[in-house]
Design a protein around this ligand. Structure first.
Ligand SMILES: NC(=O)C1=CN([C@@H]2O[C@H](COP(=O)(O)OP(=O)(O)OC[C@H]3O[C@@H](n4cnc5c(N)ncnc54)[C@H](OP(=O)(O)O)[C@@H]3O)[C@@H](O)[C@H]2O)C=CC1
Ligand SMILES: O=C(O)[C@@H]1CCC=N1
Length: 271
Protein backbone atom coordinates (compact mmCIF):
# COMPACT_ATOMS: atom_id res chain seq x y z
CA UNK A 1 0.00 0.00 0.00
CA UNK A 2 1.36 3.46 -0.85
CA UNK A 3 2.25 5.91 1.93
CA UNK A 4 -0.61 8.23 2.95
CA UNK A 5 -0.64 11.93 2.15
CA UNK A 6 -0.78 13.92 5.39
CA UNK A 7 -2.10 17.49 5.62
CA UNK A 8 -1.73 19.91 8.54
CA UNK A 9 -4.40 22.58 8.88
CA UNK A 10 -2.88 25.38 10.98
CA UNK A 11 0.86 25.55 10.51
CA UNK A 12 1.94 27.04 13.84
CA UNK A 13 4.17 25.78 16.65
CA UNK A 14 2.84 22.25 17.02
CA UNK A 15 2.41 21.52 13.31
CA UNK A 16 5.92 22.82 12.60
CA UNK A 17 7.36 20.52 15.30
CA UNK A 18 5.47 17.51 13.97
CA UNK A 19 6.45 18.13 10.35
CA UNK A 20 10.11 18.67 11.31
CA UNK A 21 10.16 15.37 13.22
CA UNK A 22 8.42 13.47 10.45
CA UNK A 23 10.94 14.64 7.85
CA UNK A 24 13.77 13.45 10.11
CA UNK A 25 12.02 10.05 10.24
CA UNK A 26 12.12 9.74 6.46
CA UNK A 27 8.58 10.87 5.67
CA UNK A 28 8.77 12.23 2.11
CA UNK A 29 8.14 16.01 1.72
CA UNK A 30 5.94 15.20 -1.31
CA UNK A 31 3.57 13.34 1.07
CA UNK A 32 3.16 16.26 3.49
CA UNK A 33 1.06 19.39 2.98
CA UNK A 34 0.18 22.30 5.24
CA UNK A 35 -2.32 25.13 5.18
CA UNK A 36 -2.34 28.30 7.21
CA UNK A 37 -4.27 31.57 7.46
CA UNK A 38 -1.44 33.69 6.08
CA UNK A 39 0.59 33.34 2.88
CA UNK A 40 3.72 34.41 4.82
CA UNK A 41 3.48 31.41 7.15
CA UNK A 42 2.87 29.12 4.15
CA UNK A 43 5.95 30.48 2.36
CA UNK A 44 8.03 30.01 5.50
CA UNK A 45 7.02 26.34 5.82
CA UNK A 46 7.44 25.62 2.14
CA UNK A 47 10.98 27.07 2.26
CA UNK A 48 11.91 25.40 5.55
CA UNK A 49 10.65 21.91 4.73
CA UNK A 50 10.23 21.73 0.95
CA UNK A 51 6.56 20.78 1.40
CA UNK A 52 3.50 22.15 -0.40
CA UNK A 53 1.76 24.86 1.64
CA UNK A 54 -1.40 26.79 0.81
CA UNK A 55 -3.87 29.21 2.38
CA UNK A 56 -6.72 26.99 1.12
CA UNK A 57 -7.69 24.44 3.82
CA UNK A 58 -10.13 22.78 1.40
CA UNK A 59 -7.26 21.75 -0.89
CA UNK A 60 -5.87 19.59 1.94
CA UNK A 61 -9.31 18.15 2.70
CA UNK A 62 -9.62 17.09 -0.95
CA UNK A 63 -6.14 15.61 -1.34
CA UNK A 64 -5.01 14.15 1.98
CA UNK A 65 -5.60 10.68 3.45
CA UNK A 66 -4.85 12.03 6.92
CA UNK A 67 -5.85 15.51 8.05
CA UNK A 68 -4.19 16.88 11.20
CA UNK A 69 -6.19 19.73 12.72
CA UNK A 70 -3.65 21.99 14.45
CA UNK A 71 -5.48 25.31 14.83
CA UNK A 72 -6.38 26.87 18.18
CA UNK A 73 -9.55 25.49 19.81
CA UNK A 74 -11.33 28.84 19.38
CA UNK A 75 -11.20 28.66 15.56
CA UNK A 76 -11.72 24.91 15.23
CA UNK A 77 -15.47 25.05 14.62
CA UNK A 78 -15.19 27.62 11.85
CA UNK A 79 -12.33 25.67 10.20
CA UNK A 80 -14.14 22.31 10.41
CA UNK A 81 -17.52 23.53 9.20
CA UNK A 82 -15.96 24.63 5.92
CA UNK A 83 -14.63 21.14 5.15
CA UNK A 84 -17.30 18.37 4.93
CA UNK A 85 -18.20 18.88 1.26
CA UNK A 86 -14.52 18.75 0.32
CA UNK A 87 -13.34 15.72 2.29
CA UNK A 88 -11.68 12.73 0.69
CA UNK A 89 -13.74 9.58 1.49
CA UNK A 90 -12.47 7.50 4.43
CA UNK A 91 -10.10 10.28 5.47
CA UNK A 92 -8.63 10.02 8.98
CA UNK A 93 -8.84 13.23 11.02
CA UNK A 94 -6.42 13.75 13.90
CA UNK A 95 -7.24 16.73 16.14
CA UNK A 96 -4.55 18.01 18.48
CA UNK A 97 -6.72 20.76 20.00
CA UNK A 98 -7.23 20.90 23.75
CA UNK A 99 -10.86 20.65 24.85
CA UNK A 100 -12.57 19.87 21.54
CA UNK A 101 -14.59 16.66 21.83
CA UNK A 102 -15.06 13.92 19.25
CA UNK A 103 -18.81 14.68 19.37
CA UNK A 104 -18.21 18.31 18.33
CA UNK A 105 -15.71 17.33 15.65
CA UNK A 106 -18.12 14.74 14.22
CA UNK A 107 -20.92 17.30 14.22
CA UNK A 108 -18.81 19.86 12.33
CA UNK A 109 -17.00 17.45 9.98
CA UNK A 110 -19.48 14.59 9.53
CA UNK A 111 -18.99 11.06 10.83
CA UNK A 112 -15.72 9.34 10.07
CA UNK A 113 -12.49 8.00 11.54
CA UNK A 114 -11.30 10.41 14.21
CA UNK A 115 -8.35 10.50 16.60
CA UNK A 116 -7.98 12.99 19.42
CA UNK A 117 -4.37 13.59 20.28
CA UNK A 118 -2.72 15.62 23.04
CA UNK A 119 0.97 16.21 22.20
CA UNK A 120 3.37 18.57 23.96
CA UNK A 121 6.03 21.11 22.96
CA UNK A 122 9.14 18.96 23.61
CA UNK A 123 8.04 17.42 20.29
CA UNK A 124 10.17 20.23 18.87
CA UNK A 125 13.22 18.31 20.18
CA UNK A 126 11.69 14.93 19.34
CA UNK A 127 11.21 14.36 23.08
CA UNK A 128 7.44 14.71 23.03
CA UNK A 129 4.80 12.50 24.59
CA UNK A 130 1.26 12.25 23.23
CA UNK A 131 -1.96 10.71 24.50
CA UNK A 132 -4.19 9.30 21.73
CA UNK A 133 -7.85 8.35 21.64
CA UNK A 134 -9.49 6.77 18.57
CA UNK A 135 -13.21 6.58 17.82
CA UNK A 136 -14.72 3.25 16.72
CA UNK A 137 -14.32 4.05 12.99
CA UNK A 138 -10.51 4.21 13.05
CA UNK A 139 -8.94 1.14 11.41
CA UNK A 140 -5.80 -0.62 12.62
CA UNK A 141 -3.94 0.80 9.61
CA UNK A 142 -5.06 4.32 10.58
CA UNK A 143 -3.98 3.72 14.19
CA UNK A 144 -0.57 2.76 12.85
CA UNK A 145 -0.49 5.88 10.64
CA UNK A 146 -1.28 7.99 13.72
CA UNK A 147 1.50 6.35 15.72
CA UNK A 148 3.94 6.85 12.83
CA UNK A 149 3.24 10.60 12.89
CA UNK A 150 3.40 11.10 16.66
CA UNK A 151 6.27 8.69 17.28
CA UNK A 152 8.34 10.74 14.84
CA UNK A 153 8.55 13.39 17.59
CA UNK A 154 8.65 11.21 20.70
CA UNK A 155 6.44 8.53 22.17
CA UNK A 156 2.67 8.03 22.17
CA UNK A 157 0.21 6.14 24.35
CA UNK A 158 -3.33 5.00 23.45
CA UNK A 159 -6.11 5.81 25.91
CA UNK A 160 -9.23 3.74 26.59
CA UNK A 161 -11.59 6.67 27.15
CA UNK A 162 -11.93 10.07 25.54
CA UNK A 163 -12.35 11.74 28.96
CA UNK A 164 -8.75 10.73 29.77
CA UNK A 165 -7.53 13.25 27.18
CA UNK A 166 -8.27 16.06 29.68
CA UNK A 167 -6.12 14.27 32.27
CA UNK A 168 -3.34 13.88 29.69
CA UNK A 169 -3.62 17.62 28.98
CA UNK A 170 -3.15 18.28 32.72
CA UNK A 171 -0.15 15.94 33.01
CA UNK A 172 1.87 16.18 29.81
CA UNK A 173 0.15 18.63 27.41
CA UNK A 174 0.51 21.56 29.80
CA UNK A 175 3.17 19.80 31.91
CA UNK A 176 6.25 21.35 30.26
CA UNK A 177 5.07 24.75 31.56
CA UNK A 178 5.02 23.46 35.16
CA UNK A 179 8.62 22.28 34.91
CA UNK A 180 9.66 25.58 33.26
CA UNK A 181 7.94 27.44 36.11
CA UNK A 182 9.82 25.39 38.71
CA UNK A 183 13.05 26.01 36.81
CA UNK A 184 12.32 29.78 36.77
CA UNK A 185 11.87 29.68 40.55
CA UNK A 186 15.06 27.64 41.09
CA UNK A 187 17.09 30.02 38.93
CA UNK A 188 15.78 33.02 40.88
CA UNK A 189 16.47 31.29 44.23
CA UNK A 190 19.97 30.32 43.07
CA UNK A 191 20.64 34.00 42.37
CA UNK A 192 19.27 34.92 45.80
CA UNK A 193 21.83 32.50 47.25
CA UNK A 194 24.63 34.39 45.52
CA UNK A 195 25.15 32.70 42.13
CA UNK A 196 25.45 34.67 38.88
CA UNK A 197 22.27 34.24 36.80
CA UNK A 198 23.98 32.29 34.05
CA UNK A 199 25.49 29.87 36.57
CA UNK A 200 22.15 29.38 38.36
CA UNK A 201 20.48 28.80 35.00
CA UNK A 202 22.95 26.19 33.77
CA UNK A 203 22.93 24.36 37.09
CA UNK A 204 19.12 24.30 37.08
CA UNK A 205 18.65 23.21 33.48
CA UNK A 206 21.23 20.45 33.59
CA UNK A 207 19.86 19.24 36.90
CA UNK A 208 16.37 19.01 35.33
CA UNK A 209 17.78 17.22 32.29
CA UNK A 210 19.83 14.82 34.43
CA UNK A 211 16.97 14.07 36.81
CA UNK A 212 14.51 13.39 33.97
CA UNK A 213 17.00 11.20 32.10
CA UNK A 214 17.79 9.26 35.27
CA UNK A 215 14.10 8.76 36.07
CA UNK A 216 13.25 7.60 32.54
CA UNK A 217 16.06 5.03 32.59
CA UNK A 218 15.68 3.92 36.21
CA UNK A 219 14.41 0.55 37.39
CA UNK A 220 13.09 2.13 40.59
CA UNK A 221 10.32 4.75 40.89
CA UNK A 222 10.82 8.48 41.32
CA UNK A 223 10.03 8.38 45.05
CA UNK A 224 12.95 5.97 45.57
CA UNK A 225 15.23 8.18 43.44
CA UNK A 226 14.27 11.13 45.65
CA UNK A 227 15.01 9.09 48.80
CA UNK A 228 18.45 8.23 47.42
CA UNK A 229 19.33 11.96 47.15
CA UNK A 230 17.96 12.66 50.60
CA UNK A 231 20.56 11.74 53.24
CA UNK A 232 19.08 11.47 56.77
CA UNK A 233 19.96 14.63 58.66
CA UNK A 234 21.44 16.13 55.48
CA UNK A 235 20.71 19.11 53.25
CA UNK A 236 18.06 17.76 50.83
CA UNK A 237 15.88 16.70 53.75
CA UNK A 238 15.58 20.34 54.81
CA UNK A 239 14.40 21.38 51.34
CA UNK A 240 11.92 18.48 51.01
CA UNK A 241 10.53 19.14 54.50
CA UNK A 242 10.05 22.77 53.54
CA UNK A 243 8.22 21.82 50.31
CA UNK A 244 6.02 19.38 52.25
CA UNK A 245 5.23 21.95 54.97
CA UNK A 246 4.20 24.40 52.26
CA UNK A 247 1.87 21.77 50.74
CA UNK A 248 3.58 21.13 47.41
CA UNK A 249 1.69 17.89 46.55
CA UNK A 250 -1.71 19.50 47.24
CA UNK A 251 -0.64 22.58 45.27
CA UNK A 252 0.26 20.41 42.26
CA UNK A 253 -3.01 18.51 42.54
CA UNK A 254 -5.06 21.74 42.61
CA UNK A 255 -3.18 23.13 39.59
CA UNK A 256 -3.71 19.98 37.54
CA UNK A 257 -7.39 19.79 38.53
CA UNK A 258 -7.77 23.40 37.32
CA UNK A 259 -6.07 22.52 34.04
CA UNK A 260 -8.29 19.49 33.38
CA UNK A 261 -11.37 21.49 34.41
CA UNK A 262 -10.49 24.18 31.85
CA UNK A 263 -10.20 21.53 29.12
CA UNK A 264 -13.67 20.31 30.06
CA UNK A 265 -15.04 23.88 30.13
CA UNK A 266 -13.54 24.58 26.70
CA UNK A 267 -15.24 21.48 25.28
CA UNK A 268 -18.60 22.85 26.50
CA UNK A 269 -17.97 26.52 25.60
CA UNK A 270 -16.78 25.67 22.09
CA UNK A 271 -19.25 22.81 21.35
N1 LIG B 1 1.29 24.72 22.33
C1 LIG B 1 1.17 23.64 23.06
O1 LIG B 1 1.90 23.40 24.04
C2 LIG B 1 0.14 22.62 22.68
C3 LIG B 1 -0.89 22.93 21.84
N2 LIG B 1 -1.85 22.01 21.55
C4 LIG B 1 -2.94 22.34 20.64
O2 LIG B 1 -2.39 22.53 19.36
C5 LIG B 1 -3.17 23.46 18.63
C6 LIG B 1 -2.25 24.44 17.95
O3 LIG B 1 -1.48 25.09 18.93
P1 LIG B 1 -0.17 25.90 18.54
O4 LIG B 1 0.57 25.22 17.45
O5 LIG B 1 0.50 26.22 19.83
O6 LIG B 1 -0.88 27.23 17.96
P2 LIG B 1 -0.32 28.26 16.88
O7 LIG B 1 -1.11 29.52 17.06
O8 LIG B 1 1.17 28.33 16.92
O9 LIG B 1 -0.73 27.59 15.48
C7 LIG B 1 -2.01 27.66 14.92
C8 LIG B 1 -1.85 28.14 13.48
O10 LIG B 1 -3.14 28.09 12.86
C9 LIG B 1 -3.28 29.26 12.06
N3 LIG B 1 -4.68 29.52 11.76
C10 LIG B 1 -5.56 30.32 12.42
N4 LIG B 1 -6.76 30.30 11.79
C11 LIG B 1 -6.64 29.47 10.73
C12 LIG B 1 -7.52 29.05 9.69
N5 LIG B 1 -8.79 29.47 9.64
N6 LIG B 1 -7.04 28.20 8.76
C13 LIG B 1 -5.75 27.76 8.79
N7 LIG B 1 -4.88 28.15 9.73
C14 LIG B 1 -5.30 28.97 10.70
C15 LIG B 1 -2.65 30.32 12.91
O11 LIG B 1 -2.38 31.48 12.16
P3 LIG B 1 -2.38 32.94 12.94
O12 LIG B 1 -1.33 32.82 14.00
O13 LIG B 1 -2.05 33.88 11.85
O14 LIG B 1 -3.76 33.09 13.50
C16 LIG B 1 -1.39 29.60 13.39
O15 LIG B 1 -0.33 29.69 12.44
C17 LIG B 1 -4.15 24.08 19.62
O16 LIG B 1 -5.44 23.59 19.37
C18 LIG B 1 -3.66 23.64 20.99
O17 LIG B 1 -4.74 23.38 21.89
C19 LIG B 1 -1.76 20.73 22.01
C20 LIG B 1 -0.75 20.36 22.83
C21 LIG B 1 0.28 21.28 23.26
O1 LIG C 1 -2.48 25.86 27.08
C1 LIG C 1 -3.12 25.26 26.19
O2 LIG C 1 -4.33 25.45 26.07
C2 LIG C 1 -2.41 24.30 25.27
C3 LIG C 1 -2.96 22.91 25.37
C4 LIG C 1 -1.93 22.11 26.09
C5 LIG C 1 -0.77 22.98 26.12
N1 LIG C 1 -1.03 24.16 25.65
Amino acid sequence: MSAPTIGFIGAGNMATSLIGGMLQQNFKPARIMASDRTAEQCDKLARQFGIRATTDNAELARECDVLVLAVKPQVMQQVCRALPAERKPGQLVISIAAGISCASLAEWLGDGPLVRCMPNTPSLRRQGVSGLYANALVSDTQKQQTEDILNAVGISLWLEQESQIDAVTAVSGSGPAYFFYLMEAMIAAGQQLGLPRETAERLTLFTALGAADMAVHSDVDVAELRRRVTSPGGTTEQAINSFAADGLPAMVERAMQACARRADELSKELA
